[in-house]
Design a protein around this ligand. Structure first.
Ligand code: SF4
Length: 368
């Protein structure tokens, strides 16, 4: 999103009015109509009944509190190898509008939702980290929304980076498609903090990632963050087949390697298009012109649609080829793939998620 996001309307759960984060957001959005509501759940149900709840939800901000847990294990899919990642659920949903976005089907709440009870977050985080103090933890935001897309309204990244830079056994990652990096550039870097971009071929970015900055703009932002002293990471996910995909992905990998020093890349993940069956209907309805459903997809072990395994292996082998010698310096891993795919493409087969976690944390562990 080249222009910063502002909602068209804001709803504030009455019990969340006096939190400092609520006051900050309202100060920065004083030109936007606001309404105080008694019950956030009623509002969510009302939105669910509207004609296009997803589109309306993206235009609407809900300020409320997280009543459950902020920190959860990343819900990797059964039957595939995970990476022992933990996610922090501060904000939900995303004003960008990628055709393949899993959130269209995953969340019952379509509104852009900011949880303002940050004291509870830090309390839960302290407890969580004290339980895991004897090994390295990989944790991040960006699973249920983009880590930085609301940052000009919330300053969330500033607080997060301040908290995690003191935690020596935690690799903390922010994941974004945006160039909303002002707060990151203002915050002191640390070896344990990684700022990651989701990348795709220029064509997929343009046609399937509505509202997101171009690949060149994302790489420019990553370059600035690297120059500031941070390590960066890249997620090529979802990789999508289309006529000319080899050239498209070769080009973006080349642009990445030209712009970013390989020693500054903490990791790269690869994941091919996959989604639960109900998302197909949503994509057909909301994005009838999208081409992501053109290639044949089969049901995987987890019931999700994905490319037939030999096609996935072909995609990934090409990425290894595009990366060339750089692959010696950068840990590359798969998001939700089978041991067989690991073995055939990367010549290693992790026994489980702990082994993947060790592989990704090792350069960090060695350098401490
Ligand atoms: S940036 Fe991520 S969270 Fe936002 S719409 Fe795209 S896929 Fe969904």
């Amino acid at each position: 999103m080249s222009n910063p996001y502002f909602p068209k309307q804001i709803f504030i759960d009455k019990k969340s009015l006096h939190f400092p984060l609520t006051e900050k957001i309202l100060e920065r959005t004083s030109h936007i109509p606001t309404e105080i509501i008694e019950n956030a759940q009623d509002l969510i149900s009302d939105f669910g009944a509207k004609r296009d709840p997803l589109l309306l939800g993206k235009q609407t901000l809900l300020i409320t509190q997280q009543r459950g847990v902020f920190v959860k294990p990343c819900p990797c899919t059964p039957g595939y190898i995970g990476c022992n990642y933990f996610i922090i659920n501060t904000d939900l949903n995303c004003p960008l509008d990628c055709t393949y976005c899993i959130l269209q089907n995953y969340l019952d709440n379509p509104l852009i939702t900011v949880h303002v009870n940050t004291e509870n977050l830090w309390h839960q985080m302290d407890l969580f980290l004290s339980r895991h103090r004897h090994h390295i933890i990989r944790i991040g935001t960006g699973e249920l929304g983009d880590s930085l897309v609301l940052d000009h309204l919330t300053d969330r990244s500033k607080e997060m980076l301040g908290y995690f830079k003191e935690k020596k056994n935690v690799l903390f990652e922010l994941k974004t498609k945006t160039t909303n990096i002002a707060n990151v550039l203002e915050s002191p870097p640390s070896e344990t903090i990684i700022i990651a971009w989701s990348l795709n071929s220029a064509r997929i970015a343009q046609e399937e990632e509505r509202g997101a900055p171009s690949v060149a703009e994302r790489l420019e932002a990553a370059h600035s963050v690297m120059k500031r002293g941070y390590r960066v990471a890249f997620h090529f996910d979802p990789i999508i087949r289309y006529p000319g995909w080899e050239e498209g992905y070769a080009e973006v990998v080349d642009q990445m390697l030209t712009k970013i020093e390989t020693q500054k890349i903490a990791w790269i993940s690869l994941g091919s298009l996959r989604f639960p069956p109900p998302l197909k209907e949503v994509i057909l309805k909301r994005f009838p012109q999208s081409r992501i459903l053109y290639e044949e997809l089969i049901r995987g072990k987890d019931g999700k649609f994905r490319y037939f395994k030999p096609l996935r292996i072909e995609l990934y082998r090409n990425f290894v080829k595009f990366l060339g010698k750089a692959i010696r310096d950068i840990p590359v891993y798969f998001c939700m793939e089978s041991g067989d795919v690991w073995k055939k493409v990367l010549k290693k087969e992790p026994k489980g998620k702990e082994e993947v976690e060790t592989y990704l944390s090792l350069p960090f562990g060695d350098s401490r």
